[in-house]
Ligand binder design. Structure first.
Ligand code: ZN
Length: 392
């Protein structure tokens, strides 16, 4: 909806911090609304610039609050070995982009709670400082945006930021996946059932219930001006639409994962690959295989068809011509353990396999270590695409 056009602001420990143009809508609304509030609060005696300066300070504080929230997620993620490439701020708040998903329910919950923990801390610090510096009465009334609170401008900024962080905390902790509370709900369901896909499905369904509540509530507020007002109501309805969309696609993703999860290497591999017997000479291998098929490598098997390793063209070429007839293929095979996988391996676990990417293929072996086939990167890709086609 608000794609493209993000501006990089700066980097924090290698994480790119950027804002989407839609973020400026938020800043504009905050500055516009808050400068009117500060005008009323300070009265006609104050200079005409002060309310605007306070409003800009409020907007900057709001920006800082959301950024620190996202950095809270990022810090926990990084500590658990999950890289964060960027943090983007847009009209619906912040987004920390993780390189991969959490691999356990515990990590998922901790990363999800990292942001709210920072927001809670900001709230407590602002409140304690505000109450000590200005008194509970002034602080609490300024926090409710009451112009008669008698609070100073600085105290009013602190009070507003405290209340906005409290609101942010409460809102984020609603179990509306993919918001933080929804991620915690998923982590709990994951822990209880031990099934990540089922947990995501549960959290996504719950998220969609909240999405409909936000849309209905947002439309009501937009029409009546209640609670969040007209603009706030429209915003809430859009938040609902966004959550609904994200929850829906997460739910489809789990269905696809489940289908793909049942596909193993044996289901898609080539079952009759060309193999070189380990006992033949390197000379014969070059003549009968490499010159004939022009492939860069072949799997080598022994008499019982057990996988011995890979014979690379380069390795065969490097053997001096005089000794090619006298030495066998099995003497120069690459027997790296990473070259083969059990043929009952689910193909989803091959997605990040470095050897598959480098070589373009992996050898598949059965329970007895016999070569049962070869699986190529194309076959994995095709299987994923097919599963996706039946998926939704
Ligand atoms: Zn968050």
């Amino acid at each position: 909806m608000f794609g493209g056009g993000s501006i990089t602001l700066f980097h924090v420990r290698g994480i790119r911090i950027s804002v989407d143009w839609s973020w400026f809508v938020i800043l504009f609304v905050v500055i516009f609304m808050m400068s009117r509030f500060y005008e009323d609060l300070l009265g006609p005696s104050a200079s005409s610039v002060t309310p605007f300066v306070l409003a800009v300070a409020s907007a900057a504080g709001f920006f800082g609050s959301i950024l620190l929230h996202e950095l809270g997620h990022a810090a926990v993620a990084t500590r658990n070995g999950i890289g964060i490439s960027s943090i983007q701020l847009w009209i619906f708040g912040g987004m920390a982009r993780m390189d991969r998903e959490a691999d356990s329910a515990g990590v998922e919950a901790r990363v999800a709670l990292g942001g709210p923990a920072v927001t809670a801390l900001i709230f407590v610090v602002l409140m304690v400082a505000g109450v000590i510096g200005g008194g509970w009465h002034e602080f609490s009334h300024a926090a409710l945006i009451e112009t008669s609170s008698g609070a100073s401008g600085v105290l009013a900024v602190m009070a507003w930021l405290a209340s906005i962080n409290l609101l942010l905390l409460a809102f984020n902790l609603l179990p509306a996946f993919p918001m933080d509370g929804g991620r915690v709900a998923r982590a709990i369901a994951w822990k209880v059932t031990g099934d990540r896909n089922a947990a995501t499905k549960f959290a996504a369904d719950l998220g969609r219930v909240f999405a409909y509540l936000f849309i209905a509530g947002g439309i009501y507020m937009a029409l009546t001006g209640a609670i969040l007002g007209t603009i706030g109501g429209v915003w809430l309805a859009f938040v609902g639409l966004m959550i609904n969309g994200a929850a829906k696609s997460a739910s489809l993703q789990t269905r696809m994962n489940r289908q793909i999860g049942t596909i193993s290497v044996a289901d898609v591999m080539d079952r009759e690959p060309v193999t070189i017997p380990g006992e033949i000479s390197i000379e014969r291998a070059l003549d009968e295989y490499f010159l004939r098929y022009r492939w860069p490598w072949f799997p080598v098997v022994d008499a019982a068809h057990r996988f011995l390793g890979l014979l690379n063209r380069d390795a065969a070429d490097e053997v001096p011509e005089v000794s090619r007839a006298g030495s066998t293929v099995s003497e120069i095979v690459d027997a790296d353990r990473g070259l083969f996988v059990p043929d009952d391996t689910p193909i989803t676990s091959l997605l990040s396999n470095q050897n598959l990417r480098r070589l373009g293929a992996l050898m598949a072996v059965d329970a007895e270590g016999r070569l049962s086939g070869v699986i190529t990167v194309e076959q994995v890709g095709r299987a994923l695409r097919d599963a996706q086609a039946i998926g939704p």
